[in-house]
Ligand binder design. Structure first.
Ligand code: ATR
Length: 275
């Protein structure tokens, strides 16, 4: 039987764990897939995707910097993709290109997995770029008490607040964050990529605060270490979110949700071993 062709588009893309993750899911469910990481030129995503489909590709994940371009390319968008302005999952339905965004699902699924209470929680989201925007619909659907978006550039946080227009959303600059602890703090900034961390006061962390960094690495991230040093009760990295968003994409393509836990465990083991 021919394998079903899927891929992830990004630039850069060499570092992507998605081919390995989707291969694990496919093995679990006895599905024959060929899932590749594909580098697209920064100004050539649409052409790269069209060539992939012309050669038999059935669907794709999309990562930085193409999530907004993928959104624009779609004929039809899920409610989440529509609201978040970004697409990370593409599939074809009766020749129409459909887009969804599973990042928020991945984040919320991982928070649930770690028994983090979101209902009535005071959530702080650091960052107001694409990564933050992509997870806001899923966070709101968990019925938090409030969702504060704080960003280094305050105007971008206000833009997001206006875009979502939900009375639970508050917006401010880092320096306007009031002392007093949040229940959950999520780092959606790209500061870590430059070995930095968002410059916020440690007064936002209390003894019951849970901190989540949407990125991951072999060791705890700088943000996690900082939160831990200032008394956070639990610090979690984004590895579970990565596997969770992939699982949701897989279920969109194949109609079955794979088992996330063994894949997270194995990926963690590989990461610690430096593989
Ligand atoms: P992404 O798609 O990863 O969200 P982005 O849209 O470029 O990328 O957004 C990057 C986010 O990280 C922004 O919120 C950015 O803050 P500014 O809007 O003020 O630029 C934030 N960010 C990047 N580097 C940062 C740093 N060193 N400290 C704090 N925030 C940072």
């Amino acid at each position: 039987m021919n394998s079903r062709q899927y891929c992830v588009f990004g630039n850069p893309i060499k570092q992507s764990r998605s081919p390995w993750i989707h291969q694990q899911f496919a093995s679990q469910l006895n599905i024959n897939i060929d899932y590749q990481a594909r580098l697209a030129p920064e100004d050539g995503f649409a052409d790269a995707f069209k060539s992939f489909v012309a050669a038999g590709g059935e669907g794709a994940n999309v990562t930085a910097p193409f999530k907004e371009q993928a959104w624009q390319l779609c004929d039809s968008l899920s409610t989440t993709a529509k609201a978040s302005g970004a697409v990370n999952t593409l599939y074809l339905e009766r020749d129409k290109l459909c887009g969804d965004n599973t990042d928020g699902f991945g984040l919320v699924a991982d928070l649930h997995r770690q028994q983090v209470q979101l209902i009535d929680a005071k959530i702080l989201l650091l960052g107001a770029g694409g990564a933050a925007r992509g997870v806001i619909p899923a966070l709101l659907s968990e019925n938090p008490k409030s969702l504060t978006i704080a960003n280094r550039t305050a105007s971008k946080a206000h833009n997001l607040q206006n875009h979502f227009s939900d009375s639970r959303i508050l917006a401010c600059g880092f320096d306007e964050l009031q002392a007093g602890s949040f229940d959950v703090i999520i780092n959606a900034t790209s500061a870590g990529l430059a070995q930095q961390r968002p410059d916020v006061s440690s007064s936002i962390i209390g003894a019951n605060t849970i901190c989540y960094d949407m990125v991951y690495q072999a060791k705890p991230t700088g943000f996690m270490t900082w939160c831990h040093d200032h008394g956070a009760s639990q610090c979690i990295d984004g590895l579970g979110m990565l596997v969770g968003q992939a699982a949701k994409s897989f279920s969109i393509w194949f109609g079955t949700m794979p088992d996330i836990d063994p894949v997270i465990e194995e990926l963690r083991r590989l990461l610690i071993q430096g593989k």
